[in-house]
Ligand binder design. Sequence first.
Ligand code: DC
Length: 231
Amino acid sequence: MTDSKAQVICLDGPSGVGKGTICLAVARDLDWHILDSGSLYRITALQVLRQFPDSGTDSIKVTQLAEIAKNLSVTYTEKDGQLMIVLDGEDVTQSIRTEQMGAKASEIAAIPEVRTALLQRQRAFLQPPGLVADGRDMGTVVFPDAELKIYLTASAEERAQRRYKQLKEKGIDVNLASLVEELRQRDERDMNRKTAPLKPASDAIIIDTTTLDIEQVTKEVMFWVNQRITR
Ligand code: DC
């Protein structure tokens, strides 16, 4: 299953906890590959919305949803030091980041057949010297033998505050209370689905980041990386 020459670090946790930023910092430090697994669910959501613009997920056949997930023609490249995601030749890096796409991704991610369709694609990211994988089930399902599993958490209020600040800085006007509500709904769905729910692996190190800034979290994560990973 896992390539024995490549090591894996899993970073799991709820939406808006800062996994993406930490993942990037760790991958840069180690010069490893990155898997942003949420982007695969978001891209699937985007394709579903494009192919079935007027249908709710419930009214689309599970086999059709799984087929879309299986056949995504997506490539990940780097542009100006940032991850760029290209779907069928189109740069979708920004368009998959909306709250709407996050919510749709969470809905689709609850379907076991969709998860199965994306499993091998996620495992294929594991290449030497190693992979830093960001998601919800990296440590529990996708890479159960990972060298290091970290589960980041923070209160919904704190995560919403961070998101609110980010959006404000981009000039996007949002309502804090509705951000808290959206995060709660997403947590609820991601944690309570039957297949691969969001939860820490039994051997994960849990870091509550509610009162920590990004530098403090990075420092804590790097402490564990230096303990467990052979460079
Ligand atoms: O990490 P993100 O916000 O980009 O993820 C979007 C949704 O995709 C998330 O709410 C649930 C789903 N997801 C998942 O089920 N499993 C993963 N490993 C990653 C994301």
